[in-house]
Design a protein around this ligand. Structure first.
Ligand SMILES: [Zn+2]
Length: 448
């Protein structure tokens, strides 16, 4: 007898009028169906369980550490963190001598932009890049870059434009569909900007050559349309570049862009430098300010008050030297470090972002991302603060902290491990030996 039949008998016994209860019975039948379905799922999950025995788990919210724990992972998600080993059938991974933390995140990447040749970069190189490289080739370069990032522990990226005509969406989809291993990607689609994007001195005969990378949006109507066009073609956030021409958006334009973006449930990143422009973007409701190399304490305080993230793209000296030569590179990096330090002291929410667009000889995109530790620690930010800015803070910026950013029950199992304590020295994070994304082991050199 099914539960429903049993209940019918019971109700008849108690003299209930069945006709009036018909909707209730339908609901109960539906309920039973779902219960049955859950049982099936539970069985499937049971067979996919992984238990990781870890030496130390770092909580990125406050830098606290728990020792000797068992993390149970079922179907890509963390289902338990316990002191004893759960008695279930599972594959056991031994990281009992390792320091374990959530997967790293980079909030300012350009996966599909690989500036060719040696630096220094010139404006003409920049303009020629999309002319000389097809979207297909750049999508493949993007896959390589994304996989190099994942190998170094970056399980989630915000890919923030220069997207080779929506190759960023294709890259994200290919990874999501399991065609290739790669980090979780939140992509911005084309960069929206006042006329010309970030191009300069393109001859009138060539026309709007920058269309492959940027959408010109100079009026409120064009802004709304550009945002919708991006969302239509797969953008998971919106990026505006506001300060790369002699003209820029007004506060009203930025407010309109922020509102239109938020209505669609997305977040808005604004490339901004110069204090007045940045203050407009913060007041208008931007979720993050990119770069802001020159910014006043007043605007930093406003960011802290409003919860606006600084994604500082804090370039290391070794990268800048190739662009600018030693003297100018030193000045640029000193300024970046001083700005980073002020932002930290004023408690501005900060998320790690790299902004690398060309690979130095002998280094891939993932290895270059690790060079940024020097700048953050050089600015006096403690290792726990750097880890926070690479994990839980980016998850909050993207409003995905219920699923990502820490090792907690209910979150996706994005987990990395290193043999030495990164809280003692952030440089220890260069040596990531274990990477798991959504419960799948990407690499485990502990088995080597
Ligand atoms: Zn950038």
């Amino acid at each position: 007898m099914t539960q429903v039949q049993h209940d019918e008998v019971k109700m008849a016994r108690h003299g209930f009028h069945l006709k009036g209860l018909f909707p209730l019975i339908v609901i109960m039948i539906i309920g039973l169906f779902f219960k049955g379905h859950d049982d099936v799922v539970a069985q499937e999950q049971q067979s996919k369980a992984v238990i990781i025995h870890v030496g130390h788990i770092i909580n990125p919210e406050d830098g606290s550490v728990e020792d000797n724990r068992f993390i149970t992972i079922v179907d890509g998600k963390i289902t338990a963190i316990s002191k004893g080993q759960p008695r279930i059938a599972a594959d056991l991974v031994d990281l009992s001598d390792q320091w374990v933390l959530p997967g790293l995140m980079d909030m300012h990447t350009h996966m599909t932009w690989n500036q060719p040749g040696l630096l220094p970069r010139s404006r003409s190189d920049y303009a020629l890049h999309p002319v000389m490289n097809s979207s297909g080739f750049r999508a493949l370069e993007g896959l390589r870059n994304a996989q190099d990032m994942l190998d170094k522990g970056f399980t989630l990226l915000r890919d923030i434009g220069n997207n080779a005509n929506y190759a960023d969406t294709d890259l994200r989809k290919a990874i999501e569909q399991g065609l290739f291993k790669g980090p979780t990607i939140y992509n911005a689609g084309k960069i929206i900007a006042p006329y010309g994007g970030q191009s300069h001195n393109i001859s009138p005969e060539v026309g709007t050559q920058w269309d492959q990378e940027y959408i010109d949006a100079d009026t409120p109507d064009e802004l709304v349309k550009a945002i919708r066009r991006n969302i239509y073609y797969g953008a998971k956030l919106i990026k505006l570049v506001n300060t790369d021409q002699a003209y820029r958006y007004s506060y009203e334009d930025l407010k309109l862009a922020a509102d239109e973006t938020h209505k669609a449930g997305l977040t808005l990143a604004v490339h901004s430098d110069g204090d007045a422009a940045t203050q407009d973007a913060v007041r208008a409701g931007a979720d993050s300010i990119e770069h802001a190399f020159s910014i006043s304490d007043e605007t930093l305080r406003l960011m802290a008050e409003k919860g606006t993230y600084l994604v500082g793209t804090d370039f290391p000296y070794a990268h800048m030297e190739v662009f600018y030569g030693p003297e100018r590179a030193r000045r640029v990096v000193d300024n970046i470090m001083a700005r980073l330090k002020r932002a930290w002291q004023l408690r501005v929410p900060m998320a790690f972002g790299t902004d690398t667009i060309s690979n130095l000889p002998g280094k891939n995109r993932g290895e270059m991302a690790l060079d940024y530790y020097q700048v953050w620690s050089g600015a006096g930010i403690p290792a726990a603060g750097i880890i926070r800015a690479m994990t839980i803070e980016p998850a909050k910026l993207l409003k995905v902290d219920s699923r990502y950013g820490s090792i907690a029950v209910g979150k996706m199992a994005d987990i990395v491990a290193v043999p030495q304590n990164p809280l003692d020295d952030i440089e220890n994070l260069r040596n990531i030996q274990f990477v798991m994304k959504h419960g799948a082991i990407i690499k485990n050199h502990n088995n080597d």
